[in-house]
Design a protein around this ligand. Structure first.
Ligand SMILES: [Zn+2]
Ligand SMILES: [Zn+2]
Length: 137
């Protein structure tokens, strides 16, 4: 599908390419609202949808159902913190073998796979430890 070039869309795309924070639409909206007062949450959603359709960004739907956006189109795994909901890119070797195994075991023609690892990030681990030591006092 052809879309009219949009200044806002270009900036949203650039922002997503430069960050590895995997922001939600609301985060992107709040970020741009200061610089572009006329932007609305609807505009952000619409542009994200178009960028996704164009294959420029990917939408991550994670455990809590919140949609987060990723400007990195190379296949990579994610680490999701269950406490603060931070999403990190995880530079782990990509297991292409999984696709072949899955194809053998299913009747699917596998095109790709995605993996998200859930747990507690380093920051939150430290926080819990600190709180624990406070309680002991
Ligand atoms: Zn965390
Ligand atoms: Zn990512």
């Amino acid at each position: 599908m052809e879309y009219r070039k949009s200044r806002h869309r270009d900036r949203i795309l650039q922002f997503l390419k430069d960050t590895n924070e995997h922001p939600s639409a609301e985060c992107i909206y709040l970020k741009f609202k200061k610089e572009i007062p006329e932007i609305s949450l609807g505009t952000v959603y619409r542009n994200l949808k178009i960028l996704q359709e164009q294959g420029c960004i990917q939408k991550l739907t994670l455990g809590d159902g919140a949609e987060r956006f990723d400007g990195q189109m190379t296949t990579h795994y994610h680490l999701v913190c269950e406490k603060c909901r931070v999403i990190d890119d995880f530079e782990m070797p990509h297991y292409n073998q999984i696709n072949e195994d899955a194809e053998k075991m299913s009747r699917f023609k596998i095109t790709h796979h995605r993996i998200e690892f859930y747990g507690i990030c380093e920051k939150c681990q430290n926080k819990t430890e600190n709180q624990g030591s406070k309680k002991e006092k």
